[in-house]
Design a protein around this ligand. Structure first.
Ligand SMILES: [Cu+2]
Length: 178
């Protein structure tokens, strides 16, 4: 079991910095993960939960809800697959940083969890079959257009998820190349 060791910088503010980033790392990102969704900005169904702040997108709030689950897996969360981490798997070296951008219209988080689990929104439909990941209630929101930088990761696999849409997942593998 690895301790959670990472640095998350949100919009110029340092949320937690157990291991300061080397200055050069800020200009040299080894990888990027883009958080995406395709919410329809004209659908007022999104308004009570932050709206849809993007110019284009054609997924209605109703369609989003339908895709949360499948009749074939009634107790499992599936989730609309337009809400996604792109790519869901990246490999970096120990001193590298990953730039994370929210290019969707909804709020997302990019939260390191020991184990993938449920998110922080108290909605059974959004967390079907999942136990809340303990890291999620204190996760940091990244607004549409926002970004974060992840660095200082130890060697090994690191699990990141959105704590609002828990099927949005990414694994960052940190591996030293020789
Ligand atoms: Cu999300």
């Amino acid at each position: 079991m690895k301790p959670s060791r990472f640095t998350l910088v949100i919009m110029g503010l340092t949320a937690s910095m157990p291991f300061p980033l080397p200055a050069a790392a800020h200009d040299d990102h080894a990888a990027m993960v883009v958080m995406r969704d395709d919410c329809d900005p004209n659908d007022t169904g999104y308004a009570p939960t932050g709206g849809c702040l993007r110019k284009e997108g054609d997924v209605s709030f109703a369609e989003f809800g339908v895709e949360l689950s499948s009749p074939l897996a009634p107790t499992s969360l599936i989730g609309h697959q337009a809400w996604r981490m792109d790519p869901p798997y990246v490999e970096i070296e120990p001193d590298d940083t990953v730039m994370v951008r929210n290019r969707g219209g909804r709020v997302h988080t990019f939260t390191e969890v020991r184990d993938f689990g449920g998110g922080k929104i108290p909605s059974p439909a959004l967390n079907k079959g999942l136990v809340t990941a303990p890291e999620c209630p204190v996760s940091t929101d990244i607004a549409p257009g926002g970004k974060a930088e992840v660095g200082g990761l130890a060697e090994g696999n690191h699990h990141f998820q959105c704590c609002i849409h828990p099927w949005m997942r990414a694994v960052i593998k940190v591996k030293r190349e020789d």
